[in-house]
Design a binder for this molecule. Structure first.
Ligand SMILES: C[S@@+](CC[C@H](N)C(=O)[O-])C[C@H]1O[C@@H](n2cnc3c(N)ncnc32)[C@H](O)[C@@H]1O
Length: 455
């Protein structure tokens, strides 16, 4: 297996524009009560993700300037920022010709947003006027409104035809290198096609037996592993079954670790990295006695809300998985990781991150797995999983744990579940899921998981 540790870390944010980072943090005049438009909020998100100290979109969701927008406008702002980031390479290629010199980051991001909108069918008049006005309002940068107008008019003339000719965006080198080494260049193109296509909305029914019924009620597709797939973009809280917690949002790949753990009524089960709780809900729905632990009290609030909505029960503990004690029939370890399997839904990740933190995460995952094995009662089982595509965060941990623990084995029979393609099973007996799986059904998140048993 290739080692991620050999990957050279990327310095700075090459997609950003370093000399103008101050302007990135404060892109326009804004009184405390001013409500930004969806486009203004989207550009501000782009400035944060692509700035000198890159932030993930998920960390901006509770920013005060974003929460001032009403929910539909907030959703629109997030969608615009997310899609511009998904198509960033295409935006920059379209902009390369009309832009002789890179403007400051806030202006560049206005142009990127405009290019995304114009390239995907946005009405030129509305998009250009709005973005020229937005440039005019930028502190010290208002004089660049003429440039924005001229460039966006050219982009509009080139239109969707030129946009559609461009290749799917490639992953940055810090991630592309290790993934090409692990999967080969051809597979990586398939991953990148899946990242470009984006993700549908998957639901996990509280009662797995009710999946066909809910798929019909919600006009969705019943996936081979029992999840229900709907088109992205629907308002989740307005769907039938939401209020009574008959299902919850969870990617089809993310639903499998808890399925493979196969918890039974009355068993003592611990979910060691539980928040926001999709897997805890699945475990609690089996009738097992579940402890949900997470180090983040903030993230546990969402887990508690999810338990309340679904009417399911679990003991919720804020704490460190490396310190918890006890003996359990089943342990779920969904360890913190690079989350590189979730790029379809989080296209900001490859540009906001540079891989620097992965070495530390690998160390933490190994320590967590060691500690988690010590929590197993005799004959107990453990599912280790990460939503990463990097083998050092998946397969390698299991190979190494088997060498360290002679009494430990991988339970291959646990993978015998409807919908699991035998081609996904790895040499050491785990399950490697990649975004190009089920391409005809709309893909799935990248994940790794293995079921371990101790004598
Ligand atoms: C991949 S997420 C878990 C997702 C969750 N299992 C689910 O299905 O919704 C990883 C979680 O690990 C938690 N975490 C990180 N370090 C931890 C530690 N030392 N002990 C316990 N939880 C930790 C993070 O707060 C984060 O919520």
């Amino acid at each position: 297996m290739p080692s991620h540790r050999s990957t050279p870390p990327r310095k700075g944010n090459p997609r950003g524009n370093r000399p103008n980072s101050d302007a990135a943090a404060a892109p326009r005049r804004e009184t405390p009560q001013r409500i930004p438009s969806a486009r203004e909020a989207a550009v501000r998100m782009l400035n944060e993700v692509l700035g000198d100290e890159p932030r993930l979109l998920s960390d901006l969701r509770e920013a005060p300037w974003l929460s001032r927008l009403d929910p539909p406008e907030r959703a629109r702002a997030l969608r615009l920022a997310t899609e511009t980031l998904r198509w960033l390479e295409r935006c920059d290629r379209m902009l390369a010709k009309p832009l002789q010199k890179q403007p400051p980051l806030p202006v560049l991001n206005i142009l990127r947003l405009g290019t995304y909108e114009l390239g995907t069918g946005g009405a030129a008049h509305g998009v250009v006027n709005d973005l020229v006005q937005m440039t005019n309002n930028l502190p010290q940068l208002g004089h660049l409104k003429g440039l924005v107008n001229a460039v966006l008019r050219k982009i509009s003339d080139a239109g969707e035809e030129q946009w559609n000719k461009l290749r799917n965006p490639r992953l940055p080198d810090w991630l592309r290198g290790p993934l090409v080494e692990a999967y080969g260049a051809e597979r990586l193109l398939a991953f990148e096609a899946a990242h470009a296509a984006g993700a549908a909305l998957d639901l996990t029914p509280r009662d797995p037996a009710s999946a066909p019924e809910w798929a019909e009620k919600l006009n969705g597709t019943l996936l081979p592993t029992g999840s229900i797939r709907l088109e992205a973009g629907v308002q989740v809280s307005a769907l039938p079954g939401y209020d009574e917690g008959a299902w919850w949002v969870q990617d089809a790949a993310a639903a499998l670790p808890a399925v493979l753990l196969n918890a039974r009524p009355g068993e003592r089960v611990i979910d060691l990295c539980a928040a926001p709780g999709g897997k805890t809900l699945q475990l609690a729905a089996t009738g097992a006695t579940v402890t949900a632990l997470d180090i983040s009290a903030h993230r546990l609030k969402r887990l508690e809300q999810n338990l309340t909505r679904t009417g399911l029960a679990a003991e919720v503990l804020a704490g460190d998985a490396l310190e918890v004690e006890g003996a359990y029939d089943a342990v779920l370890l969904d360890a913190p990781c690079s989350a590189t399997g979730t790029i379809r839904r989080h296209p900001d990740l490859p540009v906001a991150r540079d891989g620097d933190e992965i070495g530390e995460l690998i160390g933490l995952q190994e320590a967590m797995l060691e500690h988690a094995l010590g929590l197993l009662a005799p004959g107990g089982r453990l599912v280790f999983c990460t939503c990463s595509l990097i083998p050092d965060e998946g397969e390698c941990h299991i190979e190494e744990a088997l060498l360290r623990h002679p009494g430990l084995s991988v339970d291959r029979s646990a993978l015998d579940h409807p919908g699991i393609d035998p081609a996904w099973i790895t040499e050491e007996g785990g399950l490697r899921l990649t975004p190009d799986n089920w391409a005809e059904l709309g893909g799935m998140d990248g994940f790794y998981m293995a079921v371990l048993r101790k004598d």
